[in-house]
Design a protein around this ligand. Sequence first.
Ligand code: SF4
Length: 432
Amino acid sequence: MIDFSKRYRSHHDSTALLKEAFTRKPGPGNYIQGLLAGEAVKPRTIYVHIPYCVKNCSFCNLNRTLITEELQDYHRIIVEQIKKIARYRYIQSKGFESIYLGGGTPTTLAAEQLREVLEAIYTYLPIDPQAEISVESSLSELSEERLAVLQELGVNRLSIGVQTFVDRARNIMGRRGSGEWAAEKLQEVIALGFSNTNIDLIYNYPEQTMAELSNDLELINRIDLAGLSFYSLILHRGSRLDQEIADGLRPRLAGIDREKAIFREIFQQLRAGGYGLLELTKLVKPGRDQYKYIQIKNRTGDCLALGLGAGGRLGNYLYYNGMQKGLLLQPEPALSPMGREISEEYNIIDRINGELQFGRLDFDQIAVATGFDLKAAVPEWLVELAAMGLSKKSETELVLTDEGVFWGNNIGRELTLRLLDIFKKKKGVEGK
Ligand code: SF4
């Protein structure tokens, strides 16, 4: 049954298991060349990675580094990569429904560099007229100039790493500026017309009090945000905060009961403020943020990854761009060779897992999308989930309760293990 000894907090805790099974290195037949010569079918997004930040936050382990002189030319590398990949039929055969600039901090690029990247995307790649154009940023980098360029070039979604408005906690996390400044700046940005503005919120940081939490939640309810992603603080090994706690300079994080109490409070206060669940770690105001990027990714659509350190997937090719410019700009094919070909079994489990990120699994929809009868595959497990209060009783779908959302990634991990077992037995192999 589900392992409750530790709370898994990320979707990657399940996908990591998947990567160990049902993938293989593309053989000499070269899957990539064949793919790029064909036509695209699945929904698709573009992801551009800008692996630079002005200051490293104490908790962060994302793929980023402090800004260096390299940043002067970085946008040109991305533009070159766009031009190279744009010549393939597969890339041109279908419109992209989402563009996502992530990092690091994409707005470490200057306004004119952002312009060059976005213009190159519009010029060389097929973009749907209704596409969601999303940019991550810190508040400090949202200068007038950058905001003007983002607006002019159709950016219609902002994802801003606020993390907290509490000064004590901002200090612990290494965030710049006070909470009061952050709240004011956020409102200025929204008032400019960025109505689909989202923030990240971190909870369960060292010695977080309920009063501090309420301060964050009241401000969130007062500011006209479209949505927020909320994460329980993960102490990544090697991060500055992890070291500070290990050295006794900061108190340890609270245990699971406290974490759950904070989680419940977030749900309660933000539901009262009009938010509803989009993903296990994402609340939105109805109709305000579709978050197409994650909808495409969770439903195993294509993700054209551009830039150093970006990971993507085209067809059944799962790849990582690595951190060497040479790999991005190699002549043929214009796609990183650091990748694995994934099997149909991988696709099925990945789709089920991705769907579970939305807090519900419709058995018929899963069967139509994957040809796999999930309900028939794990009937007793589904009954057990409901009996434990982790899902609602239903014959047609799995709907997580609030308790189930809290343990959502544990449930996803357990389901992944069960499905891996089923598929391995079916294939008569012990993974590859
Ligand atoms: S949290 Fe965001 S701004 Fe802070 S170091 Fe990580 S990527 Fe950079």
